[in-house]
Design a protein around this ligand. Structure first.
Ligand SMILES: Cc1ncc(COP(=O)(O)O)c(C=O)c1O
Length: 373
């Protein structure tokens, strides 16, 4: 059994991908071939945003947006600590300071109370200038954007949705990618919509910001190709990756349905023995991960040990919240400072989740968990 079985998905698109890659080889348009803009149009239609720009990966997508906003030294950007490192790393890379915020124990997403406290603390200290918030759609579930946007508006901050795991999810009738002022996603192969290498995209409605992003994606290019008007990056998506994503997009709506059906099945089979993931009403997860919460660390480790003995793939996302990572020691966060995230790091584990799970596999995973308990 695979944690994420990309082989079963590939069997469905293999011919289309080969034909598409052959077309790229024949055209020799490896960079910015027409498939890239075709993909950008389809992604914008899917996410219901005015503009989409594809790019090299999800981390560069986040950096590109922060650069477009002009975020830099002296700026504070508020980030949940229970996330993948890149959600915060992007802030430091542009020279600004991530201010870590705790999450909700049930949805694993940014806590609006903790966010408000962090903003007020930074304002009272008067050292950093609050600029923006990066809510993360963790494990595929959108964060609470109505509440977050109200806080952002009150304090004059931008909202950058980190939809690296959330693309394909929904919040009150709106699609992930359209939930903040701007959004970033990742097409890393294991993501709900993944390519066959690295890839990413940014989403927005703002025309001016979009023009800046286009320029930054190609070394700050101006209208004259060799007169660069600002500093940028080499952040383009390869044409071959666009071919893969165009083929996978055709399956995506059905895959989201399948992921939701499998998640409902897991929940039905496990809700009486463990804390199953919460999906608030009017929200839809794309189930990048299906993550359970054990009663305590000992119980979590016993379950994980038993699953591994049975050759059932299991992963801990995330064993350490970002504020306690070695790289951020210099910011001086103490253990216990963001307690919900720290407790989740001790108690969560994720089980196999992808659209092509079989009933037999779901039965085997849930049976092994029940045995362990
Ligand atoms: C929440 C989150 N943000 C950002 C990223 C960065 O994406 P990438 O690996 O494509 O750079 C990832 C994925 O790895 C992620 O899970």
């Amino acid at each position: 059994m695979q944690f994420i079985d990309l082989g079963r998905q590939h069997a469905l698109i293999a011919d289309e991908v080969r034909t598409g890659i052959d077309a790229v080889l024949n055209s020799q348009k490896f960079i910015m071939g027409p498939q890239v803009s075709e993909l950008e149009e389809q992604l914008a239609a899917f996410a219901q945003t005015c503009h989409v720009l594809t790019c090299s990966n999800g981390t560069d997508a986040l950096i590109l947006l922060l650069m477009a906003y002009g975020v830099g030294p002296g700026d504070a950007v508020f980030v949940p600590t229970f996330t993948f490192f890149a959600s915060a790393e992007c802030v430091s890379i542009v020279g600004a300071t991530p201010v870590f915020v705790d999450v909700q124990p049930d949805t694993f997403n940014i806590s609006v109370d903790s966010l408000t406290q962090a903003i007020n603390r930074v304002k009272a200290e008067g050292v950093l200038r609050p600029r923006g918030i990066i809510p993360v759609d963790l494990f595929g579930l959108p964060a609470d954007y109505d509440a977050i946007s109200a806080v952002a508006k009150e304090h004059g901050l931008f909202v950058l949705e980190d939809a690296a795991q959330g693309f394909g999810g929904e919040y009150r009738g709106r699609r992930a990618g359209s939930l903040g002022d701007v959004a970033a996603t990742s097409f890393f192969p294991a993501k709900p919509l993944g390519c066959y290498g690295d890839g990413g995209a940014v989403f927005m409605d703002d025309d001016e910001l979009f023009e800046r992003c286009k320029s930054i994606r190609v070394h700050g290019q101006g209208t004259d190709r060799y007169d660069n008007v600002r500093l940028g990056m080499n952040g383009r998506l390869d044409t071959i990756q666009a071919v893969v994503l165009l083929a996978k997009l055709k399956l995506f709506a059905d895959e989201i349905e399948a992921r939701n059906a499998h998640a409902a099945d897991y929940t039905e089979r496990l809700a009486d023995v463990l804390t199953v993931p919460t999906v608030p009403s009017e929200l839809r997860s794309v189930w990048a991960q299906y993550t359970l919460t054990a009663a305590d660390e000992a119980q979590r480790n016993a379950i994980v040990g038993h699953l591994r003995e049975q050759n059932i793939p299991v992963t801990i996302y995330y064993p350490k919240p970002v504020h306690l990572s070695t790289a951020y020691r210099l910011l001086g966060y103490e253990p216990g400072s963001l307690p919900t995230s720290e407790q989740l790091s001790r108690t969560v584990f994720s089980i196999p989740m992808h659209p092509y799970l079989t009933n037999g596999e779901i039965e085997a995973v849930t049976q092994a968990i029940r045995e362990a308990l």
